[in-house]
Design a protein. Structure first.
Length: 120
C-alpha cells in the first residue's frame, strides 16, 4: 500500500491537528501526494499522469448524470480508475474482487489489462 502525505494551507493550523475537534471548518488539504513504497509499484507506468481512454474498452459506459458523466463499468457506478489504481497500490485481484463484489475476476483482469495496454 502507499502512504499519503498531506500539506496544509495555513501553517498556524498545523498545531491544532492533534485534536480533530479543533480543526477549523475552512481547513483544507492543499495537496495529497501518493508515494509508492517500492520501486515495483512505482514503475508500472500507469497513474495520474497517464490518461486512459476508457471509452475504447468494451466493459465501460458513459451515461450523462451517472457519476457526473464519467466512464464507469457497465451496469455499475464503479470507476475503472479506482480498480486500476488500487491494483497499482498493491491490492491483489482477489482483494479487489472482495472490495467490488459486483465485478467478476475476469472483468477486473480485463480492466487492468486494458489500462496497461493503453500505457504502452
Amino acid at each position: 500500500m502507499a502512504a499519503a502525505v498531506g500539506r496544509i494551507d495555513d501553517s498556524r493550523q498545523r498545531e491544532s491537528l492533534g485534536n480533530p475537534d479543533s480543526i477549523p471548518l475552512n481547513w483544507a488539504i492543499s495537496e495529497v501526494i501518493i508515494k509508492p513504497r517500492d520501486k515495483k509499484m512505482a514503475s508500472t507506468g500507469i497513474g495520474e499522469e497517464q490518461q486512459v481512454d476508457w471509452m475504447a474498452c468494451e466493459l465501460i459506459e458513459q451515461v450523462p448524470g451517472k457519476v457526473s458523466g464519467r466512464p464507469v463499468v457497465k451496469g455499475t457506478r464503479i470507476l475503472p480508475d479506482a480498480i486500476v489504481g488500487s491494483y497499482e497500490l498493491g491490492e491483489s485481484i482477489e482483494e479487489l474482487q472482495e472490495g467490488f463484489p459486483s465485478l467478476s475476476l475476469e472483468q477486473i483482469k480485463r480492466l487492468i489489462e486494458f489500462a496497461h495496454q493503453a500505457a504502452e
